[in-house]
Design a protein around this ligand. Structure first.
Ligand SMILES: NC(=O)c1ccc[n+]([C@@H]2O[C@H](COP(=O)([O-])OP(=O)(O)OC[C@H]3O[C@@H](n4cnc5c(N)ncnc54)[C@H](O)[C@@H]3O)[C@@H](O)[C@H]2O)c1
Ligand SMILES: O=CCCC(=O)O
Length: 497
């Protein structure tokens, strides 16, 4: 079937990158049922494109083809050849960065600058795992038996089911499939139905780079039950999921039925602590990044800002000054600093958190409403609320929006207890100029990633992952490849002549 004629409001240099079809079992195609679903542009609330809506049977076809492809791919390629393919894919992503960023900005809403940053971030995982592919070593182990050598081989886990969220439509895909390809695995990707087009474009470039068609499949669907095949089909050996904790728990339970490997990158409720010995200017910069990046829609966004009572007013006034210069609007428009939320449900959640906080004693210091001067999309004003407390929804539930809720505190022990009082453990941040406190608090915070005097720690070389109910496993870094490999122990005995 021909590509359907979705029209983008911008002219791409490479129009073939905007495709509404899936790539299943070696072919670009629409769903066998011809079903489709609309993808809405968050900045306008209008339909951006119509995407193929695949069924459970299409997932089965993709998985079985991937299983055949995996066996050929791994045994017929060296690590060096896989590295070369990844390098070519990285180059193609960077050559098409502007087009990919336009698609991403339109379907997700984030600003063009943020979208370009995300595409570069997405490419960085591909370049990184091109390097890691050729540095994957086994061990030679001193054996306790006479005339015996024990050793380990690293082997790919097999077919991997990949399920990703809309908030990073490109980077969450490459952070998983680049190490999978490096290890020698095949992948079946279920992209988010809010933002399928970035994933489709990345797969097109992977094929252009030369990856065999049977090791990569992208199967968009709006039917959540159809994609559950990735968690239950016996030929899928690993499921790698990024998204909310509840869906992650459900997939983990299903995956247990066939004892699949799982990687779970789940929700957060990050504390952001400003001690009285902090540099307040640095803390405000940090809050601007990690509270308002992607309009508050990152899993590592600060959700609870704990500010020492002695510096609370300085910090709050400084933050208000900076936030008042934000310009909300359509992500692709010049001068816009912050885009919309992903959909109407996201705006409703933010509204309910603000309303609840104000009913429970919160004081509104900035924003607090939908703006009147933006396009008719899903916008909410950047908002600052002081006098936050633990009984508010925004203390326990990930708001995923541009609300800075400021909680007062007076001692280190008190704030550590409040910060750790959550089932989540993804990111945590704190600001202090005292080296002893820096080392102490970094160890006391119960989370997988800690930012000290910075609001930005995401980088390809740093392991990304959570503890508690925020996840299992690590992405990126020197640990990311191992998530897609099994360790096989080989013992060679009776070596005497
Ligand atoms: N830890 C991380 O690395 C990380 C990164 C990004 C986002 N997140 C988290 O993701 C969440 C936001 O993303 P979201 O709203 O897309 O999450 P989500 O869990 O609703 O969706 C994630 C993916 O799962 C699919 N999905 C949702 N419900 C499903 C179901 N019942 N059955 C099968 N598939 C289902 C979605 O279509 C999407 O592809 C936040 O909680 C955020 O913290 C975590
Ligand atoms: O949303 C979570 C991922 C964001 C990141 O990698 O910085």
């Amino acid at each position: 079937m021909e590509q359907s004629h979705n029209q983008l409001p911008v002219q791409l240099k490479n129009p073939a990158l905007f495709d509404s079809r899936g790539f299943v079992a070696g072919n670009w195609k629409s769903a066998a049922s011809n079903k489709t679903f609309p993808v809405i542009e968050p900045s306008s609330g209008q339909v951006l494109g119509i995407c193929a809506d695949f069924s459970q049977q299409d997932f089965v076809e993709a998985i079985e083809d991937a299983d055949r492809g995996f066996r050929k791919y791994f045994f017929s390629t060296t690590a060096k050849q896989r590295s070369v393919l990844l390098r070519k894919w990285n180059d193609l992503i960077l050559q098409n960065l502007d087009d990919l960023a336009n698609i991403l900005s339109l379907e997700n809403g984030k600003t063009l600058a943020e979208a370009k940053g995300e595409v570069a971030y997405a490419a960085s995982f591909v370049a990184w795992f091109a390097e890691e592919a050729v540095r994957s070593y086994g061990d030679v182990i001193p054996s306790s038996y006479q005339n015996t050598t024990a050793m380990t081989f690293k082997e790919p886990v097999g077919v991997c089911g990949i399920i990703t969220p809309w908030n990073f439509p490109a980077a969450m895909i490459t952070r998983k499939i680049a190490p999978a390809f490096a290890a020698g695995c095949a992948v079946v990707i279920k992209p988010p139905s809010e933002t399928p087009f970035s994933a489709i474009a990345l797969v097109r470039l992977a094929l252009e780079a030369g990856f065999p068609p049977d090791i990569v499949h992208v199967v968009p669907t709006k039917d959540r039950n159809a994609s559950l095949e990735l968690a239950t089909h016996p030929k899928v050996k690993k499921i790698s999921f990024t998204g909310s904790t509840n869906v992650g728990k459900m997939l983990t339970k299903l995956a247990a039925g066939t004892i699949k490997r799982v990687s779970m990158e789940l929700g957060g409720n990050a504390p952001f602590i400003v001690f009285d010995d902090a540099n307040i200017a640095k803390a405000i910069e940090g809050a601007l990044i990690c509270k308002f990046r992607s309009s508050g829609q990152t899993c590592v966004c600060a959700n609870r800002l704990y500010v020492h009572q002695d510096v609370l007013e300085d910090f709050t006034q400084g933050l208000i000054r900076r936030v008042s210069s934000f310009k909300l609007g359509r992500g692709i428009d010049e001068g816009v600093t912050h885009g919309p939320l992903v959909n109407a449900a996201a705006v409703d959640k933010v509204k309910s958190h603000v309303q609840d906080a104000l009913q429970k004693g919160g004081q509104l210091r900035y924003g607090g409403d939908v703006p009147s001067d933006t396009p008719p999309g899903f916008f909410y004003q950047p908002t600052i609320i002081t006098h936050a407390n633990k009984d508010m929804l925004l203390a326990t539930d990930e708001t995923f929006g541009p609300i800075a809720a400021i909680f007062p505190f007076s001692s280190e022990d008190e704030v550590i207890e409040m910060a750790n009082d959550t089932e989540f453990g993804l990111a945590g941040y704190f600001f202090s100029e005292n080296v002893n406190r820096v080392l102490r608090v970094a160890q006391r915070l119960e989370c997988g990633m800690v930012g000290v005097n910075t609001g930005l720690m995401s980088a390809v070389e740093t392991p990304f992952g959570g503890v508690k109910e925020s996840g299992i496993g690590h992405e990126g870094s020197k640990y990311g490849l191992g998530e897609y490999q099994n360790i096989k122990a080989v013992t060679i005995g009776n070596q005497s002549a």
